[in-house]
Design a protein around this ligand. Structure first.
Ligand code: GBH
Length: 466
């Protein structure tokens, strides 16, 4: 099973989840540094203070990627490492040591022939922007984000040719401002829509800055959204409509404004009413077409059905807000295998989602910027980590990607989540998503069997045994 000739193969990480060095060399605190210190917010009281200590071990990590044969690496920049207060004005300055760290990381990657894909925002907002300015609820954050983005383009744009503005706005909005299980821990039925709105405005403004001021770099810039597939529970029209509505509330919320109309899906306008902000004419124009590619993080699938009024409604998002707005019952098939995170392994859902995106958005160039699974990996007495279930997971999802290519989907690349076991947000170090095992005591790196397998896929540009 060969993939197209110039297919991009990569692995992904994010700054807070791997770097550590939380206060090293002038870095300011992020909302995750603060959130992780609140008792009860993170599993077992874990923090990202040290994480994988990638901040000090990045050379070893890049050399390891090169040995495995990984051609592309998606990582994120920590905004408060570059701007300790998030701003450059009377309230803050640039941290040259932060610039130096990413300079060295990028140079080391390029020396090893690894292409950097840089995410600007993977959730670690400078804490001062939260405490002083209300984070993503404040319209002015679009200016702050654009100033930060400009600094990144200026500093690294000569070498970085692939930029991703935001990782998963849905997670920031729903888990950060709706359920409150992620930083900043807000619980509201309206704030998710406000936060999401200003994330989209910030994205569009930063992209405009890149296109207007840095076109000579010849790079590409886009946004990454997350979406899990919603399969109609039955063939009944109500259940089909429920699945479609669930996808519109999940992915359409952030993708329609960028890849379609410059505005939210009509079904959200109908159901969310006054809580869904409006874009100005100028903002709609700036948003529409503001991504050179469609970044997708995909993990699992659920059934969707018309919500039943009487039976106890199952909701993965908690009550109120988006779950009532979309009004869909979600469930899983008990026969589907589950990962350690209890997410179901359903490769055909990936194929269907890719087709849905291609149909709805005119077949844009698509990159899966995250896909992977958490498993309970153990180190054998001989020091190796045998993880056949992870290899099966990747085999299944990559076969689904290959089928999607056959369906005509313009899939250009795939990034495995994650390079190494890391700080899994509210779950701390409980879940291991890595291709590389991290010993929590010694921080020793051990490539799992899946890492060797995945390196082979990348080198041969093909799935083995098929
Ligand atoms: C990503 O988010 C993050 O980008 C990354 O930092 C993180 O480490 C990684 O995933 C693993 O968690 O019941 O069908 O809605 C994942 C976003 C949203 C994916 C919720 C799974 C739950 C399944 N997740 N979704 S469903």
């Amino acid at each position: 099973m060969n993939f197209p000739q110039d297919f991009t193969w990569g692995v992904a990480t994010s700054s807070y989840q791997i770097e550590g060095g939380h206060d090293a060399d002038g870095k300011g605190p992020s909302i995750w540094d603060a959130f992780s210190r609140i008792p009860g917010r993170i599993h077992a009281g874990d923090t990202g203070d040290v994480a994988c200590d990638h901040f000090h071990r990045f050379r070893e990590d890049v050399a390891m990627m090169a040995r495995l044969g990984i051609p592309a690496y998606r990582f994120s920049i920590s905004w408060p490492r570059l701007m300790p207060t998030g701003r450059v004005d009377d309230r803050g300055t640039i941290n040259p040591e932060g610039i130096r760290f990413y300079d060295q990381l990028i140079d080391t990657l390029l020396e090893h022939g690894i292409e950097p894909w840089v995410t600007l925002y993977h959730w670690d907002l400078p804490l001062a922007l939260q405490t002083e300015r209300d984070g993503w609820l404040n319209p002015s954050i679009a200016d702050d984000f654009t100033a930060y983005a400009r600094l990144c383009f200026q500093s690294f744009g000569d070498r970085v040719k692939h930029w991703i503005t935001f990782n998963e706005p849905w997670v920031v909005a729903i888990l950060g401002y709706g359920q409150g299980v992620f930083a900043p821990g807000r619980t509201s039925t309206s704030e998710p829509y406000t936060a999401g709105h200003h994330i989209l405005r910030s994205h569009a403004k930063a992209v405009r800055c890149y296109r207007e001021e840095f076109a000579h770099h010849g790079g590409r810039i886009g946004i990454t959204n997350n979406c899990d597939w919603r399969e109609p529970l039955t063939g009944k029209p109500e259940d089909r409509a429920a699945a479609e509505r669930a996808l519109e509330f999940y992915l359409g919320w952030f993708a329609d404004p960028v890849f379609k109309s410059g505005d939210y899906p009509p079904v959200m306008r109908e159901r969310v009413g006054d809580r869904l902000p409006h874009f100005t004419e100028a903002e709609r124009a700036e948003l529409s077409g503001s991504s050179d590619f469609f970044g997708l993080n995909h993990y699992t699938t659920m059934f969707a059905a018309e919500a039943s009024r009487d039976s106890g409604k199952q909701s993965v998002y908690g009550n109120g807000g988006i779950s009532e707005d979309q009004d869909v019952d979600l469930s899983v098939d008990p026969s589907w295998p589950l990962t350690h995170f209890q997410w179901a392994v359903v490769p055909w859902g990936c194929r269907k989602l890719l087709r849905w995106i291609a149909d709805r958005y005119g077949n844009p160039p698509l990159y899966i910027t995250e896909n992977g699974c958490a498993l309970e990996d153990v180190v054998s007495p001989d020091g190796s980590v045998d993880d056949p279930d992870r290899i099966d997971f990747y085999q299944g999802y990559l076969a689904a990607c290959h089928e999607a290519l056959g369906d005509g989907v313009d899939l250009r690349g795939y990034f495995a989540w994650s390079l190494m076991d890391n700080m899994e947000w509210a779950s701390g170090y409980k879940f291991r998503f890595g291709l590389v095992h991290i010993d929590r005591e010694t921080l020793a790196r051990t490539p799992k069997h899946s890492a060797l397998w995945y390196g082979g896929v990348a080198r041969h540009n093909a799935l083995p045994g098929t």
